[in-house]
Design a protein around this ligand. Structure first.
Ligand SMILES: Nc1ncnc2c1ncn2[C@@H]1O[C@H](COP(=O)(O)OP(=O)(O)O)[C@@H](O)[C@H]1O
Ligand SMILES: [Mg+2]
Length: 261
């Protein structure tokens, strides 16, 4: 998908509260944001600021108290099945082989069984996991499981991919590896991505734009356009502009985190 400037995902004035006992606790306060076609957008915010809640609202699993979710120009608030979603922990079917985990996604998306098998193997080779096609998920490392999980989200072929802290549970080296891997794959097939992280480096490394969220009730503190060229160099973090932006986001997060005041 080429970046066209067309807005694919549009959130308008989303607010959400939860009841804690009899008290209504606001979690999201008037969140408006958008993702354009072929754009990689990241939400960064402190833990508990409502990022996963926002994903549940986009995915239609829950409804906002007010506001609208619009995908490709159509209001879809409360409708399910329109985005592909990748959770923090890989959610693979433990009773299916790695290849079948992939092909079952393709079958669900409408591909014939035999064709799905062939495509699954091709994809696994392409992401250097051809050697474990017939293994079961539990024998894979955390990083490998997340690659398979990402591939499944990719192959669902929805307009928007929502990735909720997909690398948070991985060790630092595996995480850096995964970031490079994801960038490479994404840069050859530019899907529209909404990515959640609380790592500033990860956000700057991967994204075209970043929304910085405050602590709950989350508001958008700032929208940052990330200026680094694509394909992005692996050592982009050494650039002075990177260090400067990192400091800016850190300041924002510290100021916006009311729990620190
Ligand atoms: N179903 C729910 N019922 C009540 N409170 C919830 C529910 N889901 C989330 N929350 C609360 O909403 C806040 C935001 O949670 P979450 O969206 O998971 O944050 P994040 O993903 O940014 O860490 C937390 O305080 C959490 O306890
Ligand atoms: Mg979360």
């Amino acid at each position: 998908m080429k970046p066209t400037g067309k807005v694919l995902l549009d959130l308008i004035g989303i607010s959400k509260s939860y009841l804690r006992g009899k008290v209504s606790v606001p979690v999201l306060d008037n969140i408006s944001l958008h993702v354009r076609e072929g754009e990689f957008v990241t939400l960064i915010g402190p833990s508990g600021s409502g990022k996963s809640t926002l994903f549940r609202l986009i995915g239609g699993v829950e409804r906002p108290d007010s506001g609208h979710v619009i995908i490709d120009g159509t209001e879809v608030t409360g409708k399910r099945g329109l985005i592909s979603y990748m959770p923090q922990q890989a959610a693979l079917f433990p009773w299916l082989s790695v290849a079948d985990n992939i092909s079952s996604t393709l079958v669900t998306a409408g591909t014939a069984k035999k064709e799905a098998k062939e495509q699954a193997l091709k994809w696994l080779h392409r992401i250097h996991l051809g050697g474990v096609a017939n293994e079961y998920p539990h024998v894979l490392s955390g990083g490998m499981q997340q690659r398979v999980s990402f591939l499944r989200a990719l192959l669902m072929r929805r307009d928007v991919m929502c990735l909720d802290e997909p690398f948070a549970a991985l060790d630092a080296l595996t995480r850096a590896d995964m970031q490079r891997w994801l960038l490479e794959l994404w840069e050859t097939d530019r899907r529209s991505v909404l990515f959640v992280t609380h790592s500033i480096e990860e956000a700057l490394m991967l994204s075209d734009r970043i929304y910085v969220l405050s602590s709950a009730p989350a508001t958008i503190l700032r929208e940052i356009v990330v200026p680094f060229d694509r394909p992005r160099r692996a050592d982009v973090w050494t650039e002075p502009a990177f260090v400067e932006l990192k400091r800016e986001v850190l300041n924002l997060l510290e100021k916006g985190d009311t729990t620190l005041v």
